[in-house]
Design a binder for this molecule. Sequence first.
Ligand code: VJV
Ligand code: CA
Ligand code: ZN
Length: 390
Amino acid sequence: NLQIARPKGYRVSWHANPAVEPHHFGQSHPMKPWRLTLTKQLVMAYGMHHAMDLYLARAATYEEMADFHERDYLDFLQQIMPGDIDKPDQADNVVRFNFGDDCPIFDGLYSYCSLYAGGTVDAARKLCNNQSDIAINWSGGLHHAKKAEASGFCYVNDIVLGTLQLLRHHPRVMYIDIDVHHGDGVEQAFWSTDRVLTVSFHKYDKDNFFPGTGAREDTGPAHPLNPGAHHAINVPLNDGIDDESYIALFKEVIGACMKTYQPGAIVLQCGADSLGCDRLGCFNLNVRAHGACVAYTKTFGMPLLVVGGGGYTPRNVSRAWAHETSILVEADNVIDPTIPDSVAFRNHFGPDFSLFPPLSEMRKLDNKNTRAYLEGLVEAVHEQLRYIKG
Ligand code: VJV
Ligand code: CA
Ligand code: ZN
């Protein structure tokens, strides 16, 4: 596709290792790494790979992962095999490290984790070295992993590892999370520092929606001597939020955070389970609205680390991440919204074969976010930002 020229003025890098894609969480588990294959097929059929620097992601080393994770947790992750889960001598660790239905032990688990983590660490280093301005790893974004615990389909927290790299060069980093779930692992990792401002938009229902954290009033450790106080921003939402209100909310919150905090780099988690029709999600966003958040984040023109995350209806995940790749290389206005004939697995995109199917109309969920509720959230964020200085 010769229409797609390398954008002038800034560089976009793509970090991926195809060895991530064939990993299998097990029969009917919602997390499907092959959605990355689908994404790559779309990106390549549109010729977007010509507009980026392509890097084969290395596996993160044990030592790199130990920047955040505890060694006994990594040792367990490295040694455990499918089947061990039922062995009595492993039972304590399986429970202690929270393995089970959400976080199963599957073949190649350690390679899977080290490869997606390596992609994010590589991406962050390219940004630090000034060899890239926007670095993308769609296999990353696994925001629930804790320092010594797997959680919510996440084992190694690549976002924390990438952010730690950025913090070597930048005094302040802003983290933005548009996955439908709360970015609890990242929030917790940087809970006690003022060098990372975490902002998560998510469905919040303490007792009925995972992980049950991220209430509006959870803003960081309250003690006045603790620098991390006020540096966690949570935007808890109800079912069915629509394109217009989500985009307006995102712009107001992120615009205000950027103005106050003035970070040197941004990490953007683009979990696609906030789209309408997601198997696990409950928002009503279309691909264009999800992409509008990426486009708005890009307007600040600062080093940007873009990662994936959730997304459980693979055809829509790949649509969103391909569209967002096109936004990042500034090709969104030149690509054809009809998915090219040359796309492998094109059958997944029928019957419409559009990059932008009407997701919000396909499963009508009432928007349970009133205008007053959303205005209250924006007001509360402004109030919180008064405690923060850039
Ligand atoms: O809600 C939960 C926890 C339970 C206990 C475990 N059972 C399986 C489910 C209920 C309370 N977990 C969530 C985790 C969501 C993780 C989201 C990750 C991300 O998008 O934020 C970032 C990548 C949950 N919701 C749905 C399921 N688990 C689920 C797990 C399955 C499943 C069906 C649904 C695991 C195995 C199988 N089916 C076969
Ligand atoms: Ca989120
Ligand atoms: Zn999610």
